[in-house]
Every structure is written in structure tokens, then in C-alpha cells.
Design a protein around this ligand. Structure first.
Ligand code: ADP
Ligand code: MG
Length: 445
């Protein structure tokens, strides 16, 4: 039986200071995850800013200064009203977003930068206030306390009091609102947090940014499908050191072996569980589908997004394919709509529940298996024609290509008229052979 006599039960609870270490340094494998957390907060706040009509104003500015070892992330969202700023910024592991449409809900994301900097400063102002609220974390001191064996019995509360301070500063401007995170004395493994090129690559894949209309022709089609079907399909101007960040998709994909392939159309469709749409997707159709897409393209793999922010990485859905590597042959996105598919705290997978299993099964059936089949089929066609590539096209060679591929040719023509890869190869490789010409003319009529 639980002993609640004289409040014994509640007063015996103690949250030790190492909890803070778990929630900061222990939280993310990739230091760049801190950008995801700050952007998530910024866009949640921009979503609340009803006055923003102009899409250009939905902006988050990030400035990295490798020389000064500092990072600044600023949004013009609603900010936090001064009346509640101190209590909001002093709560850990509880969030006023829980149960809303917002992306965050665990109340720990803003602590991410603390593990990688000497000082973290949060400044915010709401439009109703004429002052700025500022909370400053002495992260260096926090690390000292955590490593000092004499201090190990300090409570979370005591440590918090020691390492943070809160103040208000009068502001001349009224009416404006913002939230700014500044990290000073930043250091991380391989200096990743201050590596502008790496941060850009990371944001282009993870952050809720738009497609680049200059290089990806299908942006309108996808935006209109997702915009019409998702409850919220947010795209924001995220500016890194002055340059806008876009998603990495292009009409042309570079392959791991030499060369390129083209995306010649996109397919948009939903994924269902028991007749209910739980996610909306787009898949790029690769013209040749011969070989995987190079990692350097940052577009390979069907990716999962919630609130247009990436969940996990390019490999989250590998297990839905016959061979894990086949996922890297594909490009596309699955945008989750179902509230039972919940990101875990590290946002590297879903929380384990039954819907997660049903989702993975549905993706396997609807995407993984048909694409795996198609990839195998195309690679068989390519290898069988390559066998004959170097040979002079004698009658024996041709007839053996035909006899091996008669069935696939007929299937291609009957089931998928656009699948003309083998026919094209035969037209080129065996252009001098009258038998092939004869057969091709019969197929095309
Ligand atoms: N950019 C921001 N604009 C306005 N409020 C913010 C911003 N970042 C953080 N906050 C406030 O701080 C709280 C804690 O943030 P965080 O630790 O990331 O937890 P969560 O996002 O899960 O609520 C948020 O719920 C929000 O009230
Ligand atoms: Mg958050």
C-alpha cells in the first residue's frame, strides 16, 4: 500500500541534478538536432501569429559565427508574454503545448543547446509588453557541478537556481514580438554545430522548408496535394547566414555509380489503415531506376515527416523494403496525419504502439514491396542487356535476349506502356539486326 501519511509519499520524491544531464547531453546522438528543436519551437510560435499574412514573414533567421563560436536563432512569432515568461522558461518536462496542434509537447527541446555551449541566453517579448524577458543559463557552471562529486546530492531545483538567472529589460519598441536563442562558447564533436555547410545540409533535409522551384519542377503539384489534404502543411523561410534554405529535391538525381537519372513524374496518394487515411505521400518516378542515388544528393530514401519536420533519417523506412538498400533508390515523402503516430523524445522513430506497427505494414505493402519488385525487375533487364552490350549482335545473341525477355517485354507493354527501357536498349544495341527490328515493330503496333 502506498504510504501517504503526513505527506510522506509526496515529500520523499526528489529529482536529482543528473536528470538535467540526461535531458541535455544525453538526449541527442547528433549535435545538429539542437537546430531541429529550436526551429520546431520557432515555427510553433509562428503558427500562433495570426497577424502574419505575408508568407515571407514566416521566417526564422539563423546566424552562425564560427569565429565568435556563437549561434543565434530568432523568430518573429508571438514570443512569451512577460507575465508568464519566467514560469514557462523555468519549467522542465512540461509544456503548455500538450494536447494542441503544436509540434513540441515535452518541454525539453530548448535545453538542447545547453550541452554544447558555455552560455545559453533566451530573450523574448510579446506584442503586449514593453520589456524583454531574458533567461540566461551558465552552462559551463552546470557542467562543473555535474562533474563535482561533492555536489552530487544537489536537487534539480537547487542546480537550476545556481546556474540560471532571469531578468527584464525595458524595450523602446512596443507591438513587436520575438523569441531569440543565443548560444555562446559553442563546441561540439568535429565542430558540427558551427559548420555552415553541414548545418545547411541538415536543415534542408529536416526543417519545414519549401521545395526549390528553380530545380524541382513538381513543387506545385506536391504542395497543392499536401496543402489540400493535410490539416497543416507549414513551409517557412529559414535563412541561414543570409541564404534561404530549400529541400534537397531536384529533377535530376546523381547515382552512386556514375551518371544521373531523371524524375519524370510524381505520384501523390494516401496511406490507409482500415479505410482511414493516416498519411499523405508523394513519390518521384525515376526514369531508369538503375542503381541507388548517391548520399551526396541528400534526397534518397522515402522520408517520414510530421508537421513537415523530418522524423528519423533517410533510413527509417529501410525495413519496409525487400532489401534495405532499395530505399536509397527512391525519393519521396510521407507526411503523417494520424495523431496516434507520435514522435519519440529523440524524434528518431515513433513511440512504440499498435498504430506504428500498422503504419510500417501499410508502407511495406503500398510502397516497399511494389518498389522492391520494380527495382529487381529493372536491374535484371539491365544486366541481361549488358551481357550482350560488348558482343556483336549476331542472330544467336539477339534471339537469346528475346527469348529471355519475351515475357517481360509483353508485360511491360501490356501492364505499363511507359516502361520502355528494354525496348530502347534493344533499339540501340541491336539496331542492325532485322529480327529485332521486326519484333520491335510488332510490339509497337
Ligand atoms: N521560439 C519560441 N517562441 C515562443 N515560445 C517559445 C519558443 N521556444 C520555446 N518557447 C516556450 O518555451 C516552452 C518550452 O520549449 P521546449 O523546451 O522546446 O518544449 P516544447 O516545445 O515541447 O513545449 C514552449 O512550450 C514555449 O512555451
Ligand atoms: Mg520544443
Amino acid at each position: 500500500m502506498i504510504n501517504t501519511l503526513n505527506g510522506m509519499h509526496s515529500s520523499s520524491f526528489k529529482a536529482g541534478m543528473f536528470l538535467l544531464e540526461t535531458l541535455t547531453a544525453g538526449m541527442y546522438n547528433d549535435p545538429l538536432s539542437i537546430y531541429r528543436e529550436y526551429i520546431q519551437n520557432a515555427v510553433d510560435s509562428l503558427d500562433l501569429h495570426k497577424d502574419i499574412q505575408d508568407s515571407d514573414a514566416l521566417r526564422v533567421e539563423i546566424y552562425l559565427d564560427p569565429h565568435e563560436q556563437s549561434v543565434t536563432i530568432r523568430d518573429g512569432g508571438v514570443g512569451i508574454p512577460g507575465s508568464i515568461a519566467e514560469s514557462i522558461l523555468s519549467s522542465i518536462g512540461s509544456s503548455n503545448k500538450t494536447g494542441t496542434d503544436a509540434r513540441g509537447f515535452r518541454g525539453i527541446g530548448r535545453l538542447g543547446g545547453i550541452a554544447f555551449s558555455d552560455k545559453a541566453i533566451f530573450r523574448t517579448k510579446a506584442s503586449c509588453d514593453n520589456f524583454e524577458s531574458i533567461q540566461e543559463w551558465n552552462c559551463k557552471k552546470l557542467r562543473q557541478l555535474l562533474s563535482d562529486s561533492k555536489k552530487k546530492s544537489l536537487s534539480l531545483n537547487e542546480v537550476f537556481q545556481e546556474v540560471t538567472k532571469y531578468e527584464r529589460i525595458n524595450s523602446k519598441k512596443t507591438g513587436d514580438s520575438y523569441f531569440e536563442v543565443k548560444l555562446e562558447g559553442v563546441s561540439s564533436f568535429r565542430n558540427l554545430i558551427l559548420d555552415i555547410a553541414r548545418v545547411r545540409e541538415y536543415l534542408s533535409q529536416v526543417a519545414p522548408v519549401p521545395f526549390n522551384p528553380q530545380v524541382f519542377s513538381y513543387h506545385k503539384e506536391i504542395d497543392s496535394y499536401l496543402g489540400n489534404n493535410l490539416r497543416r502543411y507549414g513551409r517557412y523561410n529559414i535563412i541561414l547566414n543570409g541564404d534561404t534554405v530549400f529541400k534537397p529535391y531536384q529533377d535530376k538525381v546523381r547515382l552512386t555509380k556514375k551518371g544521373y537519372d531523371l524524375i519524370d513524374k510524381v505520384e501523390c496518394f494516401d496511406i490507409k489503415i482500415d479505410d482511414n487515411s493516416i498519411a499523405y505521400c508523394w513519390l518521384g518516378n525515376r526514369r531508369e531506376l538503375s542503381g541507388g542515388i548517391t548520399k551526396g544528393d541528400h534526397s534518397s530514401g522515402i522520408r517520414v515527416r510530421i508537421g513537415n519536420i523530418l522524423l528519423g533519417d533517410a533510413h527509417l523506412l529501410d525495413r519496409c523494403f525487400r532489401e534495405a538498400r532499395f530505399n536509397s533508390y527512391c525519393i519521396g515523402e510521407i507526411h503523417i496525419e494520424c495523431p496516434d503516430l507520435i514522435p519519440n523524445s529523440r524524434r528518431d522513430d515513433f513511440v512504440d504502439n499498435e498504430t506504428k506497427t500498422l503504419f510500417f505494414n501499410a508502407v511495406e505493402r503500398r510502397i516497399g514491396l511494389p518498389l522492391s519488385k520494380e527495382i529487381r525487375h529493372r536491374s535484371r533487364l539491365v544486366s541481361s542487356t549488358e551481357k550482350y552490350k560488348d558482343k556483336q549482335c549476331g542472330d544467336r545473341g539477339c534471339s537469346s535476349i528475346i527469348s529471355k525477355n519475351t515475357e517481360p517485354i509483353n508485360q511491360c507493354v501490356v501492364q505499363d506502356p511507359k516502361n520502355d527501357q528494354l525496348i530502347n536498349i534493344l533499339k540501340i544495341e541491336c539496331k542492325d539486326c532485322h529480327k529485332i527490328r521486326d519484333i520491335l515493330s510488332r510490339i509497337s503496333t
